[in-house]
Write a protein that binds this ligand. Sequence first.
Ligand code: RRO
Length: 304
Amino acid sequence: MTVVDLSSTIGPLRLKNPTMLASGIMDEDAGSMQRMIDCGAGAIVTKSIGIQPREGYPNPTVLELESGLLNAMGLPNPGIDHYGKEMIPLKKSKIPIIGSIYAADVKDFIFLAQKMEHFGAHAVELNVSCPHAKHYGLEVGCDAVLLQNIISSVKQKIHLPVFVKLSPHIMNLAEIAQIAEHAKADAIVVINTVKGMKIDIATARPILANKIGGYSGKAIKPIGIRCVYDIAQHVDIPVIGVGGVTTGEDAIEYFMAGASAVQIGSAVYYRGPEVFRLVCKEIQAWMRKHRYEKITELIGVALQ
Ligand code: RRO
């Protein structure tokens, strides 16, 4: 029987398997992150944390729709100082913990990144792609000059790898990814959720309190695959695929498009926390059947 090696690398980070918990799901406190570690995740990305505590938007904030989830949480988080408490128990973690941060300017991104380094994170993920946050997220990720400045400044101030999470809404996505690479980003993470909306036809009103939200889950996988494929052709740094990964075959598709690892979010809701172990088993079974021994043999094969 073919021996399958599921390990992967993202710059200097070694992953025992290529599944990571995506930012925003089961990652606001140490207990839930530990549960995802116990369920076999290869790495954990925290909830996006800002300088000040934020309540988030009023309810309703999440809807389950036909083929995915629509959310407008509104960046709820306890603020970076408080979040240190959640990071302490994870210091003994054997897998990488990636601190996701959001801010509107260079100074705040540096402050947050330094805090995450101090808390023991193994990398930081810059969230410049939230689709519904005024002054933050996508507004930052679309501004090439600001983004370049943020990445190169953060890189100068911390010793950790820096990942940059981009939105599928960026028109010149490959160009922005190249700008991130030139600014010395260590990896590109793509995609964040896709802007969407749900109207209650009985009341003729949008259901989310914020009206507009971000769509995730199976339905957005083709969008994620396209973005990874596009970026992987234009940069040499690793790409991490996110968007609709629910099964091992979804992950294989992302590897073939050029991803070195995948992040899983909505599927934790659909399949439960065991999803990490299940997806790994499914990847392994598929690789065995098709006589692949290493994840690296699959990365980017669809690009050739
Ligand atoms: O908290 C949110 O509402 C949120 C964030 Br920070 C994000 O990056 N993406 C998303 O769909 N929701």
